[in-house]
Design a protein around this ligand. Structure first.
Ligand code: HEC
Length: 116
């Protein structure tokens, strides 16, 4: 039946549109902080999904998924450094990575890392 088919097609298109809108609104609500990531050279040592010179952001997010203190602990670590948690190599300080890091920027970066 032609009418049936066009209704199906319409439903499919509406479904697709809703999906696109959801994806777009998520991207808008939580943009990747790319300027900060560049400025601090995060991707020089990290990748999103494969261990490189440093643990991947997915590994980090998985490790801290059930740890409610992780956000604050990692912000502190990103700004002032701290003991290595993954091996012997600690992360370089912000000054060595590209410049001082404000508490707000550290917050943004850690939120982004933990979303992986
Ligand atoms: C010069 C290399 C390098 C750069 C640049 C770098 N990291 Fe790292 N990062 C490391 C290493 C090495 C570790 C593992 C340290 C450890 O064992 O705690 C690490 C660990 C981490 C951890 C987990 C820390 C923990 O205690 O578990 C986070 C979160 C992180 N990095 C985020 C970032 C972000 C965000 C940036 C950019 C602002 C960045 N890193 C830039 C090398 C780097």
């Amino acid at each position: 039946m032609p009418t049936h088919r066009s209704i199906d097609a319409h439903v499919a298109r509406v479904g697709l549109l809703v999906t696109l809108l959801l994806v777009a609104s998520q991207a808008l609500a939580q943009p990747e902080p790319s300027a900060l990531i560049d400025q601090q050279h995060c991707m020089f040592c990290h990748t999103n999904d494969a261990p490189f010179l440093a643990p991947s952001f997915q590994e980090i997010a998985n490790r801290y998924r059930d740890n409610p203190n992780a956000q604050v602990m990692l912000e502190h670590k990103l700004r002032v450094g701290g003991r290595a948690h993954w091996g012997n190599m600690a992360m370089p300080s912000p000054a060595e990575r590209g410049g001082p890091l404000s508490p707000e920027d550290a917050h943004t970066l850690v939120e982004w890392v933990l979303r992986h």
